[in-house]
Ligand binder design. Structure first.
Ligand code: ARE
Ligand code: CA
Length: 475
């Protein structure tokens, strides 16, 4: 056994050695979440039926469905959607009927629907306007929904904006980038928000990604959750930077939390350090409460993370994410952007166009061969421990999962040739799902024969991988 290699600078300094079974929190036995960022409802529905369901994805995380501001003058930036104007389910992605049809289609494909719930605030516009569905609004006035008394006016920094993230009061009671901050401690506000979430539940939605969770006291989210008409899966956007007083752990009583450091750490290890450091990868948050991801729509716009722009390295990093038993993996599916504000492909009226993978800027990382095939690996090894870890002290790592799966990741600049690998797998012929698709007992790529002792022999190209699992056995 090699001595434990630790990433000294790692925020996630290893509290877990080969963490125990990944009992992922989302309901059901398929836990992978795919984030179809900004996809319109007909496209989400189609993707659930054509791809996500058949490939074993557990849930789809969709963009906010409620009425939002319209900023055609700015080219309809993607972030319009995070400025609610009312709780009508009518957005650039489609109206209520289209949303409901999408939920029905996804559920009948076996895919749960998780809605991006923007409940910390309303819009951040200083001048009156008209929302997507025709609702008139002003900065602290949303007729029929909220009026001035429903908002915090924190009285700090001249304009009520958050300046100091090290001040708990300010983060939760002042305005995140001018967005009118709801009094989530007030009963009428809680009832309004719960009314919106219950409306979504009535349409068949299964859970919520709570936007800007850190900007609401955990107890406020808990009180709103207690008003839900039925149980829902909740995962919270708990951004965290070193030294901040508000920590993700506070939010565990409400549900799962997003672990942002995971994506930063994985990028640092793949870009600058050694893959052998991954041996202890995880965080101090319990695995069954952590939602993990290489990148999301915020971090891919300006944080040091791996994204679709990194090509093969991104695919390898996600292969690791899906093979390693820490957290609930959330896969990102992006559209290409030149500027950070650029919205998704839209028609002249600002409606989001249908997403057609690999055209029009829709990158569909979730459909990349390596990533989509590793969803099958992830599902095949569910509930097993890591074993057979071996690394070369640098960028070549291998490990098994129970007697169900085995991954070789070679991020060295040169190929590994003629090496024998010892797996925990029963003897048999296995499809390498990194290079081949497995269906109907056949593999479109290389097949490796594991002998009675668990060994197989292979060459692994530079910056490449091999993945074998129990549900991709040939013959
Ligand atoms: C836009 C304009 C602003 C304008 C505002 C109001 O960009 O200039 O003032 O509108 O008109 C998204 C965009 C924002 C956009 C907003 C509303 O990212 O640019 O503002 O929509 O349209 C913090 C929060 C975290 C938040 C990030 C962005 O803690 O919750 O900032 N993330 C969520 C979403 C975002 C969304 C919102 C919240 C708002 O995922 O997409 O904003 O609904 C450290 C801190 C973090 C901090 C981070 C900021 O890491 O620890 O707490 O995140 O810095 O980089
Ligand atoms: Ca707040």
């Amino acid at each position: 056994m090699r001595k434990l290699a630790l990433a000294a600078s790692s925020l996630l300094a290893a509290t877990l050695l080969a963490p125990a079974t990944a009992t992922a929190a989302p309901p059901g036995d398929k836990d992978v979440i795919v984030r179809l960022f900004q996809w319109n409802w007909p496209s989400v529905a189609k993707e659930c039926k054509d791809f996500l369901g058949p490939r074993g994805v557990g849930g789809v995380h969709v963009s906010p469905p409620q009425e939002h501001i319209v900023r055609k003058d700015l080219g309809s930036p993607w972030w319009q959607d995070y400025q609610p104007v009312s709780y009508k389910i009518d957005s650039r992605r489609g109206d209520r009927a289209a949303f409901a049809a999408m939920v029905t289609a996804c559920k009948s494909a076996g895919v749960k629907v998780y809605v991006d719930a923007v409940i910390n605030h309303m819009a951040g516009q200083d001048v009156p306007g008209t929302g997507w569905a025709g609702s008139r609004y002003d900065h602290y006035s949303y007729p029929g929904v909220y009026a001035d008394q429903d908002f915090h006016h924190c009285g700090r920094n001249g304009n009520d904006d958050i300046k100091n993230y090290f001040d708990r009061f300010e983060v939760q009671n002042c305005e995140l980038v001018n967005l009118a901050d709801l009094k989530t401690e007030s009963e009428p506000v809680r009832n309004r928000i719960a009314g919106y979430l219950n409306d979504l539940l009535s349409l068949g939605v299964d859970g919520f990604r709570i936007d800007a969770a850190k900007h609401m006291p955990s107890a406020d989210i808990g009180a709103i959750k207690a008003k839900l008409s039925r149980p829902a899966y909740v995962f919270q956007e708990t951004t965290f930077a070193a030294g901040e007083p508000i920590v993700p752990d506070e939010y565990l009583p409400n549900g799962d939390v997003k672990v942002f450091a995971y994506g930063y750490d994985i990028a640092r290890i793949f870009n600058h350090e050694k893959l052998s450091y991954l041996r202890t990868f995880g965080s101090s948050l319990p695995s069954n409460k952590a939602v993990v991801f290489t990148d999301n729509h915020d971090t891919q716009r300006g944080h040091p993370v791996l994204t679709h722009k990194d090509g093969g390295r991104y695919a390898l990093a996600n292969a690791f994410v899906l093979a390693w038993p820490y957290g609930t993996p959330q896969l990102m599916s992006s559209f290409e952007f030149g500027t950070t504000d650029q919205g998704p492909p839209s028609d002249a009226d600002g409606r989001t166009k249908n997403a057609t993978c690999f055209t029009d800027g829709w990158r569909c990382e979730h459909r990349w061969q390596v990533i989509s095939n590793m969803i099958g690996f992830h599902n095949a090894v569910r509930g097993t421990n890591v074993n057979s870890w071996w690394d070369n002290g640098n960028d070549l790592i291998t490990f098994g999962r129970g007697d169900k799966g085995y991954l070789v990741l070679n991020d060295e600049g040169s190929a590994v040739t003629g090496r024998s690998f010892r797996t925990p797998l029963p003897a048999g012929r296995y499809c390498d799902v990194i290079h081949g698709d497995f269906s109907g007992g056949k593999c479109s790529g290389p097949v490796y024969t594991v002998d009675g002792g668990g060994w197989f022999r292979a060459d692994v190209a530079a910056h490449d991988a091999i993945a074998l699992h129990a549900n991709a056995r040939v013959g």
